[in-house]
Write a protein that binds this ligand. Structure first.
Ligand SMILES: Cc1cc2nc3c(=O)[nH]c(=O)nc-3n(C[C@H](O)[C@H](O)[C@H](O)COP(=O)(O)OP(=O)(O)OC[C@H]3O[C@@H](n4cnc5c(N)ncnc54)[C@H](O)[C@@H]3O)c2cc1C
Length: 414
């Protein structure tokens, strides 16, 4: 069977791409190692799936060329994602920071998309890993529809289990190596590298940070509070999260929670994490308020912060002194501790605990339609492309938007 397109990966990117291409009348094969489509989609958002976001903007993404978002959002906007959810009969609710969650298990969305693919005529090859993938200019034996008269292959070919699949175009929607316990890996990114594409090394993002064993705030696990997080390299501090304030959770090994997951998208080994524990209340103002003058410093902090955190933060020599007694130097020292608490993380919890991976096929190797600049007819979409979104439905949205964009650029055979 000669297909117009073979899509490797039945995650949100591959499913939407396959469905849209088949609806345009293309003959489509969709291949996935798992027996079920959308295995990662099914566990997204704690099983509910944070599908998209009201605030879709370039600064919600990191990657080699976030400008691609502008093109992708023209093809598939937040309204398009909501229309998709309506079409799939998936009710949704909007939560803080513009996050849109489905009101049924996220597996429902994967199942319904698979039904739509089926209805559109997509041939599924599930439970089969795509192997021995070759491109049109590769040398091959001269037989069957995969090969041209010249002796060189005319089409892409691959094996899905025992089945040989040939296709005029190939879409790689194989995701990232985040969550290897689900079988995620970087094999197809390595194949892309061997075909001449620039690959940005994968890095876990949306991942908790691990702290050195005896760091000053160890033993606070379970405490959570709203903070603003910055990153410090040399003397420069930057505050990259466009939302500013989110919650942080102390864990046994370090810190987690939305604020940390988001900042992990930018954190690089060797950079210090800067924590502003009172992002909306300058401590210097509190220290200057007359009615606080009689309080001891520890109690002033404990009025605004969880008591155990206040104890851990407050320097011993200041803890029992009255606020009114503090000189300028001590006030500034306290302000630094509360608003610029610096710690050098030991690392991240790694790909096993990451919700996504930054890195992948560089946009420098792809056209604005996500077609390879090295192998005509080869496209990439979803998380395998070097674009990663912050927490908030941005990754699934990118998967859908890039899948829709690729589907538009595919050509129908004679
Ligand atoms: C725990 C968790 C929670 C998350 N929650 C959210 C959330 O709420 N909102 C959000 O926006 N994002 C979330 N994400 C991220 C989001 O799920 C992914 O970004 C998204 O699924 C990527 O879609 P994709 O189609 O590119 O790849 P994937 O969904 O990873 O799909 C790729 C598919 O390709 C298949 N594949 C790979 N190689 C081969 C091969 N050689 N042959 C055959 N098949 C192959 C894999 O089996 C896989 O099914 C979460 C991720 C995790 C791990």
């Amino acid at each position: 069977m000669l297909y117009d397109v073979a899509v490797i990966g039945a995650g949100p990117a591959g499913l939407l791409c396959a469905r849209d291409a088949a609806r345009r009348g293309l003959r489509v094969a969709l291949i996935d190692s798992h027996e079920e489509p959308g295995v990662k989609l099914a566990i997204a958002g704690g099983g509910k799936g944070n599908i998209t976001n009201r605030i879709l903007a370039e600064n919600r993404y990191v990657g080699s060329d976030t400008g691609i978002l502008r093109s992708a959002l023209k093809v598939f906007s937040c309204d398009d994602a909501l229309a998709l959810m309506r079409e799939l009969a998936l009710p949704w609710e909007e939560r803080d920071f513009g996050q849109i969650f489905g009101l049924k298990p996220a597996s429902f969305m994967a199942d319904r998309l698979a039904v739509q693919c089926d209805d559109a005529g997509v041939d599924f090859y599930l439970g089969r890993t795509a192997k021995n993938i070759t491109r049109p200019d590769a040398e091959g034996e001269i037989s069957g529809p995969a090969f041209g008269r010249s002796g060189a292959q005319t089409y892409f070919s691959l094996f899905a289990g025992q089945e040989k699949i040939t296709a005029r175009q190939l879409v790689i929607a194989a995701g990232s190596p985040a969550c290897p316990q689900l079988g995620a890996n970087d094999q197809l990114a390595r194949l892309a590298a061997s075909w001449g594409h620039d690959i940005v090394p994968f890095q876990p993002v949306l991942v908790p940070l691990v702290m050195p064993e005896n760091w000053a705030l160890s033993g606070l696990e379970g405490i959570s509070l709203n903070v603003r997080l910055g990153l410090k390299a040399g003397n420069d501090i930057r505050w990259p999260d466009p939302e500013g304030i989110r919650s942080l959770l102390f864990t046994h090994r370090g810190v987690s929670g939305p604020a940390v997951l988001v900042v992990s998208c930018w954190w690089k080994p060797g950079e210090e994490l800067v924590i502003d524990f009172l992002p909306e209340l300058p401590i210097l103002e509190l220290l200057n308020e007359k009615e606080n003058g009689k309080l001891i410093v520890r109690n002033l902090l404990a009025r605004r912060l969880p008591a155990r955190l206040a104890d851990a933060l407050c320097p011993e020599d200041l803890a029992r002194r009255k606020v009114a007694e503090l000189g300028k130097k001590d006030r500034l020292r306290l302000a630094d501790i509360v608003h610029r608490f610096c710690v050098l993380p030991a690392g991240t919890e790694g790909l096993r605990r990451a919700e996504a991976a930054a890195g992948g096929v560089s946009l420098a190797s792809l056209s604005r339609k996500l077609e390879s600049l090295h192998v005509p007819g080869l496209f990439f979409c979803g998380e395998i492309v070097d674009i990663a979104g912050l927490l908030g439905g941005y990754n699934i949205h990118w998967a859908f938007a890039s899948g829709a964009m690729v589907a538009k650029g595919l050509k129908k055979g004679e």
